[in-house]
Write a protein that binds this ligand. Structure first.
Ligand code: SF4
Length: 332
């Protein structure tokens, strides 16, 4: 992909992903039968930007954000966060992990049931040897995450809190370290619908007040509508569409994005497209466009009528510009 095809942001880039590949099993080399979980991703995220990374489960989106803090080693390519390269050096990784905080999907599993809320938030401060009064830092973090008065929560245990409150504790623990980016893996998927909006509003408020960036992995396009500035759609380890949220959701350029959107209740007007078949095995990537075995444009005969079917089956499309900052990888 050409640098132009990534679109904005070009100024004040915070997270820079270049030619990233993550492989699992079977030698981890290209063409060795390894699972190609992330298969050539280029991406830039600006300071203060919210990016939603969307796609079906197994498309590589969680692996991609885990690779941003070195939890999944890169087989090829490079990633930098706030100028720090993701490396295998433990000391450098620790510095990077203070700046890039991960928020997990399941707050119950992420919190130690034997630790008080105070300990849950203080743990990161100790690991990263943050200066200052621990109690003051913890109470300030809980208060800014909406757990007020914070003193009421300090001695409580996770099981005494609701799911939404537990997620607020995790966000407080992350924000106590003053990160530059939150890597959020399905941050509201395990919460009741009534609580989701509150947690998304809390996350968005950190963007507005602290200038933090968020990369939020989700299969829920509703989350993208609510808080994201841009959307990146992933399919089988690649970004297949990237652009401003309103444009991607109102005028999707890739048939996969259209299919994902067509089953969202709020998107009236799009003909519903149920994708045929399972996501292909990422250790045996289809030739040509990796989406072609499931693409409605090919299945309906439209690709043949338009004279692009041979390219769909034989030529891997790259991201090309559709409008300012909006790119898609499709021969259509
Ligand atoms: Fe479908 Fe062809 Fe576009 Fe791939 S390149 S998404 S197969 S139309």
């Amino acid at each position: 992909m050409s640098p132009d095809a990534q679109g904005p942001p070009t100024t004040d880039t915070l997270v820079s992903v270049r030619g990233a590949h993550v492989r699992f099993g079977a030698g981890r080399g290209a063409g060795t039968g390894a699972v190609r979980a992330v298969d050539g991703v280029d991406l830039e995220v600006a300071r203060g930007e919210v990016l939603a990374l969307v796609g079906e489960s197994g498309c590589g989106k969680t692996t991609l954000i885990r690779s941003m803090i070195g939890l999944e080693p890169l087989a090829e390519g490079s990633i930098a966060v706030d100028g720090l390269e993701v490396t295998r050096n433990a000391r450098e990784l620790r510095a990077l992990r203070r700046r890039a905080q991960m928020i997990f999907q399941d707050p119950t599993g992420a919190l130690n049931p034997r630790h008080t809320i105070f300990e849950a938030v203080a743990e990161g401060l100790r690991i990263h040897r943050v200066d200052g009064d621990e109690t003051e830092l913890v109470t300030a973090a809980l208060a800014s995450a909406g757990l007020r008065p914070p003193e009421r929560y300090l001695r409580r245990f996770p099981h005494e809190l609701s799911g939404g409150q537990r997620q607020r504790v995790l966000i407080a623990a992350a924000m106590a370290l003053d990160p530059v980016v939150l890597l959020a893996d399905e941050p509201v998927a395990s919460l009741d619908a009534s609580i989701r909006g509150e947690i998304l509003a809390l996350m968005r408020s950190y963007v507005d007040t602290h200038g933090v960036s968020i990369i939020a992995v989700t299969h829920d396009l509703g989350l993208a509508w609510n808080i994201a500035d841009r959307v990146a759609v992933m399919y089988l380890g690649r970004i297949v569409e990237l652009g401003p949220t309103e444009e991607v959701l109102a005028d999707p350029q890739h048939p996969y994005t259209r299919a994902l959107l067509s089953v969202v209740p709020e998107t009236r007007g799009l003909e519903q497209q149920i994708l045929q078949g399972e996501t292909p095995d990422p250790s045996r990537m289809p030739a040509g466009c990796r989406f072609h075995p499931r693409c409605p444009v090919v299945a309906s005969g439209e690709a043949a009528r338009l004279g692009i079917e041979a390219r769909c089956r034989g030529e891997d499309p790259v991201l090309t510009q559709r409008s300012a900052g909006h790119t898609a990888a499709c021969h259509l």
